[in-house]
Design a protein around this ligand. Structure first.
Ligand SMILES: [Cu+2]
Length: 482
């Protein structure tokens, strides 16, 4: 197979070895926790291209520049077939981590691609069919940060004031072992709603704290959870200032009372501590996410219970990142403009496709279909170069569950949301729909229209729900760009 070997004509700027392997990490008091994790090393290029995350299962953080040619030698040392997907990156089909390209335990895969994306907070994780949830839960996920000249011009906080946080929920047994399957076996309702761990971890730790100056911080957030949705706010209830979404900088900063971040979504915050005096303690907190029951009928109540069984949906706010201001001050000003983003204009010849969440025989699907390795339905064939409107609908009367819908191979724009039930309308204040996105949370009852242009690569790509329990049960499909 071509991807098992390097290509002679490809001269990488950065070459990395990335190994997925079992390990043990001290996460909680008591015995260490057995995890799977990625470990890596730089074989060629700047040592800054790979930054380990100490004391965590998450990571390492990969750092690339736009335009760089990257070669990654992936080695699979976990006892399951696996493959790596570079979430949000525009790469050729055979570099995208399609489940058909899984490598067996002991095998490897060589990735070669040029970084085409603009600066932003992307990430990487396994993508085998049926095991993605298990493998991500085991610890296999890391951030991939892209930088470029436009970002540099914005002069955002950098160095130790550029902080990356991966949020993920986990449950542990009394011996500190990760619990996933047992909870999944907790019945049909568990499989329908997803998995909700008892603890929220930030970079694999119960909480993070940072000695801070009275200045500004750039905080990158990834929801790396299998199913949980976070509602994120400041402990002092000042509004959040968001500067970037999945696909990089917003055109201009926006303020939000809170952020709603579904699985796989990213956001970047400008955390302003200028007005804080020495001794101040400002935290980012994950609030209970009240889906309520009103406006969604009987099953709304059922979902409320399912999601509220454990964790913050029914628990008090949990602080996951604490800024302890005690080290002087600095002055930074928030740029009024951050980046050039094309206006989302109505299309002249828009091709519109609808992709509906469907439920059949207690299995989630899309338009009534579930994942088949090579199958492409007639409505999943796209002409290369076309711009289209895709409408994701979430209207399953028997089950009101949010679905974070992810499309590979593109960064898209959200055009419109319809049909948000009155009981959930407040959550809309927490979305960053104005930027480039690769994953969009579709609330129960909603229809969300996104604008996509398929001009990056021809080939077979995936779109799916990023609730990994849903994805693994088949709420995933191919589309073919030809
Ligand atoms: Cu889903």
């Amino acid at each position: 197979m071509a991807a098992a070997a390097t290509t002679e004509a490809f001269v990488p700027d950065v070459e990395i070895e990335l190994v997925a392997r079992p390990d043990e990490v001290q996460l909680l008091p008591g015995p260490p926790t057995a995890v799977w994790r990625y470990v890596g090393r730089v074989l060629k290029g700047s040592a800054d291209a790979l930054q380990p995350v100490p004391g965590s299962f998450a990571g390492p953080i990969l750092k690339f520049r736009k335009g760089h040619k990257v070669r990654i030698r992936y080695l699979n040392r976990i006892p399951q077939p696996s493959i790596v997907h570079w979430h949000g990156l525009l790469v050729p089909e055979r570099m995208d981590g399609h489940p058909r390209d899984v490598v067996r335990p002991g095998g490897g895969y060589v990735y070669e691609f040029e970084v085409r994306n603009r600066a932003g907070t992307y990430w990487f994780h396994p993508h085998p069919h049926g095991y993605t949830g298990t493998q991500v839960y085991g610890g296999l996920a890391g951030l991939l940060l892209v930088s470029d000249d436009e970002e540099r011009a914005a002069q955002l906080p950098s160095g130790e004031r550029d902080i990356s946080i991966v949020l993920a929920d986990r449950s542990f047994d009394p011996a500190n072992r990760l619990v996933y399957e047992a909870a999944m076996g907790g019945g049909m309702m568990g499989a329908m709603t997803g998995f909700f761990g008892e603890r929220i971890l930030a970079n694999g730790r119960p909480s993070l704290s940072f000695p801070a100056v009275a200045g500004a911080y750039r905080v990158r957030l990834l929801n790396g959870s299998n199913s949980r949705i976070y509602r994120i706010a400041r402990s002092d209830r000042k509004p959040l200032v968001a500067i970037a979404s999945d696909g990089g900088l917003l055109a201009a900063p926006v303020t939000r009372p809170f952020l709603v971040l579904g699985p796989a979504e990213r956001a970047e915050l400008w955390v302003d501590l200028h007005d804080e005096s020495a001794g101040s303690r400002i935290a980012l907190v994950a609030d209970p996410l009240d889906f309520g029951g009103r406006g969604m009928g009987m099953m709304g109540g059922m979902m409320g219970r399912g999601m509220g069984r454990v964790g913050p949906q029914s628990a008090p706010p949990q602080s996951f990142a604490l800024f302890m201001v005690d080290r002087g001050s600095s002055r930074e000003s928030l740029p009024a403009r951050l980046a050039e983003l094309a206006r989302v204009a109505p299309l002249r010849e828009s091709q519109r496709r609808e992709f509906a969440a469907t439920l059949g025989h207690m299995r989630w699907g899309i338009n009534g279909r579930t994942f088949q390795m090579d199958e492409v339905a007639p409505h999943e064939r796209i002409r290369f170069g076309d711009t289209e409107v895709w409408e994701f609908t979430n209207r399953t009367p028997m089950m009101a569950i949010p679905h974070p819908m992810h499309v590979h191979g593109v960064q898209f724009r959200v055009i419109e949301r319809f049909g948000t039930p009155p009981g959930l309308a407040r959550l809309r204040e927490g979305f960053l729909d104005g930027g480039l996105k690769d994953t969009v949370l579709v609330l129960p009852g909603e229809r969300v229209r996104v604008l996509l242009t398929f001009d990056a690569f021809r080939g077979l790509f995936l779109y799916h729900c990023h609730n990994l329990v849903h994805e693994d049960m088949g709420m995933m499909r191919n589309f073919l760009v030809a």
